[in-house]
Design a protein around this ligand. Structure first.
Ligand SMILES: Nc1ncnc2c1ncn2[C@@H]1O[C@H](COP(=O)(O)OP(=O)(O)OP(=O)(O)O)[C@@H](O)[C@H]1O
Ligand SMILES: [Mg+2]
Length: 260
């Protein structure tokens, strides 16, 4: 760690030249992405463009073939030279991911689901982890569900627990992969509301979503990924109302007018 790394004006995350191949399929082709502390970045792009692969790479679940990921103040991880498990673990410790499906443990209560990571993995004393979990559940309006099992909750409530579980890990970076796409339409709003509140509280987040109204409201920056490269990025206003790239325009047209 150098003195530069303590500079709060430096990005929390700098990913450069991220390339990932699955066999002959080059899924990410030199992605460069910076995220400032407290910034909310919404990542959009067609199916198969590499959004999930990029998030998984940032979280150490996928190992890029080339490129560098730096989450300050940790040292950069350079994938070109090959990395070991310890580098992946170090990366994983810096972010928490919320998936499309929440993957709650069905046999555990809501509270047990939330404290599992802090207690088992991070060795936080149980009483402390539970107090924190209850506070977080309260914040997302689920205080009274602490002793419920996942099957007793609606899909939206389950996904809010999934978010609390990620928050409880107290990581610097939150990664959301289409957090509302598995929900019934009437449940989408309550989950987006929680994510918007986190944005307002200053969490640093990268969110893959096709909820453009939400992106407009919550995102500081929108990044459009297509064919494994970032084609265009800018404020929601820039990207949604005057995109400069034809590919961005076509993609947005398809989302906004799917039946045309
Ligand atoms: N583990 C894997 N093995 C082989 N190919 C994979 C693997 N994971 C992803 N891919 C391929 O990588 C490409 C990008 O997939 P990815 O899941 O990152 O896209 P995406 O932008 O998240 O798409 P969607 O919007 O459908 O979720 C796809 O062609 C996919 O088939
Ligand atoms: Mg995906």
């Amino acid at each position: 760690m150098s003195l530069d790394d303590l500079d709060p004006t430096l990005p929390l995350l700098t990913a450069s030249g991220i390339t990932k191949r699955f066999g002959d399929n080059e899924v990410l082709r030199g992605v460069n992405l910076e995220v400032q502390r407290g910034e909310v970045v919404v990542l959009i792009g067609p199916s198969g463009s590499g959004k999930t692969t990029l998030l998984r790479s940032l979280n150490g679940l996928e190992v890029p073939d080339e490129g560098t990921i730096e989450i300050r103040p940790d040292a950069p991880i350079v994938f070109d030279v090959g990395v070991g498990q310890s580098a992946r673990d170090a990366l994983r410790d810096r972010s928490a991911m919320v998936f499309q499906q929440h993957n709650l443990f069905p046999q555990m209560t809501v509270l047990q689901n939330v404290v599992e990571g802090p207690v088992r993995v991070q060795r936080v004393p149980r009483a402390e982890a539970e107090a924190q979990a209850r506070e977080l559940l309260e914040r997302v309006g689920l205080a009274e569900k602490a002793q419920a099992r996942p099957f007793e909750l609606s899909g939206g409530q389950q996904q809010r627990v999934g978010i609390v579980r990620a928050l409880a890990l107290r990581r610097d970076l939150l990664l959301f992969d289409e957090p509302t796409s598995a929900l019934d339409p009437e449940l989408v709003g309550e989950v987006l509301k929680v994510i918007a509140e986190l944005a307002a509280q200053g969490w640093t987040m990268v969110i893959v979503t096709h909820e453009l109204a939400f992106a407009r409201q919550a995102a500081d920056r929108v990044v459009f990924l297509d064919g494994g490269v970032i084609v265009e990025e800018g404020t929601p206003e820039q990207i949604f109302t005057r995109p400069t790239q034809e590919r961005t325009r076509k993609f947005l047209d398809r989302i906004l007018r799917p039946l045309d």
